[in-house]
Design a protein around this ligand. Structure first.
Ligand SMILES: Nc1ncnc2c1ncn2[C@@H]1O[C@H](COP(=O)(O)OP(=O)(O)O)[C@@H](O)[C@H]1O
Ligand SMILES: [Mg+2]
Length: 394
């Protein structure tokens, strides 16, 4: 399990730093409950990885609220928002849910800067309207809100600023994790990480986890661009921030194919994903695959923006539903490492020929068709299928 999740604070007092901001959150919620707040909602603003999302969940936890979280990937339009909030009513009747007799809820619009008021129809207005009704507390969070674009929100909501953590804060945080994990990590390494993380707790924790696996701190790349595939996958899969995932995706478009093939594998294999979630995710994935193919073939790069959103959405939702990347090399690449040279050549030749016969690239053939085929025919004695079993574990 990734440490950013494993060690995510559950209560406000476990969140390091930003003491004033935390107090403001609590004060506002209390006032709101008594109907005394001047603000219909609260807007948390600050760079990524410093505990904004965590703080909202911790606040809810401390005061026994249930969080209904809507992320930028879901609330781009007013319809989507009302649809999501409306669907809650199916399991609880709406009034009971909203009047707080059953369970009180906080509505949380995370990464609200992902909404473009011009392009995304009515999304922001809906957030403001919902807060204005004061049926329940509304919290929004943003990394880099645009004061012009998000003007209304700034005017109406109480703005609470979250600041970057200091290296001292990060050292405290890292030491706590080292202790909980029962590890021995050199203080010098912790100090180095704290400096390099530049106030970003998420990055610091990811670096610490990498360091615990023996990866030298110097080699942990900080830039988003041109990441090696395994590093990109590690970062993508350890993030539950749509904003961060989208940034990583945008900065590494040359690896999209590899990423979605790996995600196909992660999703298809996942023992925890519910059947419905699997279907939904694989369906999205197949759309992405079609558009990606079309884009590459027709060199139609206007698909880029649309695709990057779809891919980020897919990964964000897969991660949130509990899909886990186990660090394996994508399957279609694996055969390069597993077989000895002769076997590999034979395998390549065979799968290429077979793929050709059904008009598929070798890669697609070895990734999708072959394992399915082998599963269907169950020919245990076939050499090919033996290989496949070894590689795919099927
Ligand atoms: N101030 C903090 N104290 C402790 N852990 C933190 C803090 N900020 C971030 N983290 C860790 O980093 C992860 C990402 O934080 P998150 O709340 O998602 O950041 P943000 O929403 O500001 O981008 C959390 O799961 C948590 O493990
Ligand atoms: Mg966040």
């Amino acid at each position: 399990m990734v440490w950013t999740e494993k060690h995510r604070p559950r209560s406000l007092n476990e969140i390091i730093g930003n003491e004033e901001a935390k107090l403001e959150l609590v004060r506002w919620l209390r006032n709101w409950e008594e109907g005394k707040s001047d603000f219909p909602g609260i807007l948390l603003v600050g760079p990524p990885g410093i505990g904004k999302t965590t703080a909202v969940h911790a606040l809810a936890n401390d005061f026994s609220y249930h969080v209904v979280e809507l992320n930028a990937s879901e609330y781009r339009t007013a319809e989507k928002i009302y649809e999501k909030l409306g669907s809650l009513g199916r399991s609880y009747t709406l009034e009971r849910y909203f009047t707080g007799r059953e369970r009180r809820i906080i509505v949380f619009f995370d990464e609200i800067d992902g909404i473009d008021p011009k392009e995304d129809r009515g999304g922001l207005d809906a957030v403001i309207e919902i807060a204005g009704k004061r049926d329940f507390p509304v919290v929004a969070a943003a990394n880099v809100p645009d004061p012009q674009k998000h003007k209304k929100l700034f005017e109406l909501f109480k703005v609470v600023e979250f600041r970057q953590l200091t290296p001292k804060h990060i050292i405290i945080l890292l030491k706590r994790i080292v202790e909980r994990e029962g590890l021995k990590i050199d203080y010098e390494i912790i100090k180095k990480i704290a400096e390099r993380a530049r106030g970003d707790a998420r990055l610091a924790i990811n670096m610490l986890q990498a360091a615990s696996l023996g990866i030298p701190v110097e080699s942990i790349s900080q830039s988003l661009e041109n990441l090696p595939l395994d590093e990109l996958l590690r970062r993508l899969s350890s993030s539950i921030s749509y904003y961060e995932i989208k940034q990583l995706i945008d900065a590494n478009s040359s690896l999209w194919e590899d990423v979605i093939y790996t995600y196909f594998d992660i999703i298809a294999r996942s023992p925890v994903l519910k059947f419905d979630a699997k279907i939904q995710l694989l369906d999205a994935l197949s759309k992405i695959d079609i558009y990606l193919g079309r884009m590459n073939k027709e060199r139609q790069f206007f698909y880029l923006r649309y695709l990057s959103h779809l891919i980020a959405w897919l990964i964000y939702n897969a991660n949130r539903s509990g899909a886990v990347y186990d660090g394996r090399i994508p399957e279609y690449r694996l055969y390069k490492f597993v077989f000895n040279r002769d076997a590999r050549e034979e395998f390549t030749e065979l799968s290429e020929a077979l793929g050709r016969s059904i008009h598929e690239s070798r890669r697609k053939f070895t990734l999708y068709t072959l394992p399915t085929f082998c599963k269907l025919v169950k020919r245990k004695y076939s050499k090919l299928c033996e290989w496949v079993k070894k590689v795919y574990g099927w």
